[in-house]
Design a protein around this ligand. Structure first.
Ligand SMILES: [Zn+2]
Length: 297
């Protein structure tokens, strides 16, 4: 990868394609909710190039569930990291802010909990004595640039190897996202991961801010909605047979020339719909094009 461009982590769940078997440089982000309880990195026949083990905190907000004790999440993540021999990052269990939370007091208490959890995480992490390929990531939360800076200052004092910025997934305006990212960079520098970015245009904008990495499930989500990406220039199409009620984008009548591993084998499979097998193959193709676009290959 060219210097200065962010690393891309593909969000992965257990029935998804093993992207690393198609692309040896593929990096994955895995949440506890995305794998079986007994799953560990040793279950991968081929390791990804790098791995982020997320805390899955956003899942509790999204599904309106009470979060578990942070130490339970830590032990689960520790189990997930077992057998990993690629560079692996474990994220502390944060308290994401719901996108529509308007009560500042509630948001502030969640930021305080995030900071408290980070202290507890660091104690457990230090005691666990992980192998040298494992690093820890402190998650910054905030509802505006000032609160992002406050949280970043607190988190930056605790000795984390890396930092991440959360609570951006539900934000509608890219300018708001960019201003929070800039606020975090002011405090922790560009050693910053951005969680859960789904908008492809925004990914390309963020790439220019000098952040170190971000993750997305967009190639798979698009595949499920029968959407096919192409790069250089970046375009998305809906496959002709799709029964999507809302058709966003142009219809793809037939596959375009493509050098991805799926199209090299059988490009017409991109046009098939309705089964996880087809979603997975389309996701591999979409991953190839999104990464190509981000990297400017
Ligand atoms: Zn392809």
């Amino acid at each position: 990868m060219c210097q200065g461009l962010p690393e891309f982590y593909m969000s992965w769940a257990r029935s998804d394609p093993l992207y690393q078997e198609y692309f040896s440089d593929c990096q994955l982000l895995i949440s506890p909710q995305s794998v079986r309880h007994s799953w560990s990195s040793a279950d991968f026949k081929r390791q990804p190039a790098k791995l982020i083990i997320d805390s899955g905190a956003y899942w509790y907000i999204k599904n309106d569930r009470n979060p578990p004790p942070p130490k339970d999440v830590f032990f689960r993540q520790q189990k997930m990291a077992e057998g990993s021999h690629c560079p692996t990052t474990i994220c502390h269990f944060d308290m994401p802010l719901p996108p529509k939370e308007s009560e500042i007091g509630t948001s502030y208490r969640r930021i305080e909990s995030t900071i408290g959890n980070a202290y507890e995480f660091m104690e457990l992490y230090t005691r666990a004595n992980f192998p040298s390929n494992v690093q820890c990531l402190g998650v910054i939360q905030g509802y505006d640039p000032a609160s992002v800076k406050f949280c970043a200052q607190e988190i930056s004092r605790m000795g984390f190897d890396r930092f991440g910025l959360g609570s951006l997934a539900g934000l509608y305006f890219p300018e708001e996202i960019i201003s929070r990212v800039k606020a975090a960079i002011e405090i922790v520098g560009t050693n910053l991961h951005i969680f859960g970015i789904s908008n492809t245009k925004l990914m390309l904008k963020l790439s220019k801010l000098g952040i170190s990495s971000f993750d997305s499930s967009r190639p798979m989500l698009a595949a499920i909605y029968n959407t096919v990406f192409y790069s250089k220039p970046f375009k998305s199409f809906i496959v002709e047979e799709a029964k999507n009620k809302i058709r966003r984008g142009s219809i793809l009548q037939e596959p375009l020339p493509c050098r991805c591993p799926v199209c090299k084998d059988n490009p017409s499979v991109l046009m098939s719909t309705g089964r996880k097998k087809y979603h997975n193959l389309r996701a591999v193709h979409n991953y190839y094009h999104l990464v190509r676009e981000i990297r400017g290959d």
